[in-house]
Write a new protein. Structure first.
Lengths: 539, 77
């Protein structure tokens, strides 16, 4: 095994060392389990806002969305718009009440209102299912990235990536993770804006709107790959052809093919689109690693202030992503088509952004982009593992198995849990290595939207919600969304005559919501609704 | 010295106020309605029309406006 890009690899390693140092420093601040899980609630809203941005902008946002736009065009931007919209939903409907309720985890919120071990266990199980599936795209993305940098086999790089992610959690806790996520959030935004500025000035004469007008004349690589044998490329004086020349030749030969702004290439109809945007809109409301960040600040107002910083950062980031995605399509046009023809779709869609960095600025920019991408994946993976292990340790070990255990025993259990969950996610990453990481994340959003989102929203707003309704809704939502998710990845066209869509939310969300409402109307155990709602909505 | 009667008294917990919760719920539904109408309309338009960029950009603008309105409500509270 060699090192294909030593300079880029060195930049990446330096950034990783910095991350490890911050984790180690954070560990020194961690003396109790409360410090490990939520940094003792001592984080400022501004720092929390940047940390939420870094935590949220995973491999999907940084690599996946722009890579998917580069391959199929405008349809894929809706993944980014959904990622953004979800935060508005969380801010308005959940951030304040969740923080005011004063609970650590989703399970705590539910048990706080209804009590009972069965509910706690079910919430923990759902947290672990969603978190483990969400971990998969981070490992897939990191595996592909190391493959590009080092030229090693995917099986090796994916294993190395999983080890690094597991170690980060074992090394630190929420304090170190918060600072890492905030720094990584800044790196991500700067890296995306750097790509935007470089692409605009190097290839499009400094005019960003030239990127859009050029995209309207470009056939997306997925559509062009199938007709390449019939494309006639005019010779150039140098004897080679540039990216724009090939794109123009494809356009000239096939006027009937879609352009990069034509809708319906990736999302073929309204039902697929509605299912995707519904899953994305409600998904964050059910993502445990995001929700736990609201508990790291002092009060509900600080939670909302942090969310505003995240929302503004996301708006800027995702608008830049559209331009960078289109620019990538045109600048790397021949390379992307060649990779698609060679059956390397996973690499093409997940590595288009680092490849763009390399094309524009050589190994140094590749290294910076790789550091940004690795930052995205690490911060998200560590946030996920902390939220899952918090749930395992706090809800199951301390709450059910060994209520009298010491803080140290709970920490050891949490770290062992991190190892086991990382191994499970690693195995799934090998199965799903050719999938776009943004699509994988969107599926997790669909599952979260079908489970925790309706349950949490109704818990903090509806007095009539019952414990039986919550349990039935969680079970139905989880089963329906998981069945349609696995059907989608196994290329099953329909289940009992019901068409399998690109995202499970259109079936999962109404199933869960209807089940919760009907069962709640038929049963009576509303828990301590008055006390819980009073706490959740205190001023 | 601490007054023993004061020391033993439990701190008053938050009081359940149905009118307050209903007012907050109404405000949340209003803000979400503004955003969701824009969001889903833009999403459906985007499956049929290349003007998707304009519609989608509107989602970002409305999202930022709703964010500010939500935080301004908190100041009012």
């Amino acid at each position: 095994m060699g090192f294909e890009n030593p300079i880029a690899f060195t930049i990446l390693v330096v950034s990783l060392i910095l991350v490890v140092y911050i984790s180690w420093w954070g560990k020194k601040q961690t003396t109790t389990t409360t410090d490990f899980y939520v940094a003792g609630g001592k984080i400022s809203p501004r720092l929390n806002g940047w940390a939420m941005f870094g935590d949220y902008c995973s491999a999907a946002s940084f690599l996946g969305v722009a890579g998917a736009i580069a391959l199929v065009g405008i349809d894929s931007w809706w993944i980014a718009i959904g990622f953004f919209g979800a935060w508005i939903f969380v801010l308005v409907a959940l951030a304040g009440p969740l923080k005011s309720s004063g609970k650590f985890t989703v399970a705590d919120v539910l048990v706080g209102r209804f009590g009972g071990r069965s509910l706690k266990f079910l919430a923990m199980f759902t947290t672990v299912v969603i978190g483990t599936l969400y971990l998969v795209p981070q490992i897939v993305g990191a595996g592909h990235l190391f493959q590009l940098l080092l030229g090693w086999d995917y099986m090796v790089t994916v294993f190395v990536s999983a080890i690094i992610m597991g170690l980060m959690v074992i090394l630190g806790g929420m304090m170190g993770t918060t600072y890492n996520q905030a720094i990584q959030g800044v790196i991500l935004l700067v890296a995306m804006l750097l790509l935007f500025v470089l692409a605009t000035f190097v290839y499009f004469g400094g005019n960003p709107f030239a990127i859009i007008s050029q995209a309207m004349e470009t056939v997306p690589p997925t559509a062009a790959a199938g007709v390449m044998a019939q494309v006639v490329v005019p010779p150039t004086p140098e004897g080679a052809y540039g990216p724009f020349v090939l794109a123009e030749a494809v356009r000239a030969g096939f006027a009937n093919l879609p352009d990069a702004l034509t809708p319906g290439v990736a999302t073929p109809d309204v039902w697929n689109q509605v299912s995707l945007v519904l899953g994305l809109l409600l998904g964050v409301a059910g993502l445990p690693h995001i929700l736990i960040r609201f508990y790291t600040v002092k009060d509900a107002k600080d939670a909302k202030k942090g969310a505003e910083i995240t929302i503004i950062g996301l708006a800027v980031f995702y608008i830049a992503v559209l331009f960078v995605g289109f620019a990538t399509m045109m600048i790397l046009y021949p390379e992307l088509i060649k990779m698609l023809q060679a059956g390397q779709r996973g690499q093409a869609t997940n590595l288009a952004i680092p490849m763009l960095g390399q094309a524009m600025g050589g190994e140094v920019v590749l290294g910076l982009i790789a550091a940004g991408a690795m930052a995205a994946m690490l911060s998200t993976a560590v946030g996920l593992l902390i939220s899952m292990t918090t749930s395992l340790s706090h809800d199951v070990y301390a709450g059910v198995l060994r209520p009298n255990s010491t803080d140290r025993e709970r920490l050891v259990f949490a770290k062992l849990g991190a190892v086991v969950l990382t191994v499970i996610a690693l195995l799934a990453s090998i199965w799903l290595k050719d999938q776009n990481v943004a699509i994988l994340v969107a599926m997790c959003f669909g599952i979260a939207a079908s489970t925790f989102a309706p349950v949490l929203i109704l818990s903090v707003w509806w007095k009539g919600l019952t414990k039986e309704g919550v349990i039935a809704g969680l079970v139905v939502g989880l089963i329906v969304s998981l069945v349609f998710t696995f059907a989608r990845f196994s290329a099953v066209p329909d289940i009992m005559g019901i068409r399998v869509l690109g995202n499970p939310a259109l079936y999962g969300v109404p199933s869960a919501l209807l089940t919760i409402i009907i069962v709640s109307l038929l049963t009576k155990n509303t828990g301590n609704a008055r006390e819980f709602l009073a706490a959740a909505h205190r001023n | 010295m601490t007054n023993p009667s004061t020391k033993s008294a439990a701190p008053p917990g938050p009081v359940y106020d149905e009118a307050l919760i209903k007012r907050k719920l109404g405000a949340a539904i209003g803000l979400l309605a503004i955003f969701c109408v824009t969001y889903f309309t833009a999403a459906v338009i985007a499956t049929r029309d290349f003007r998707a960029i304009g519609a989608a950009t509107l989602v970002f603008i409305v999202g930022l406006v709703v964010t500010r309105m939500c935080l301004n409500q908190d100041k009012g509270d």
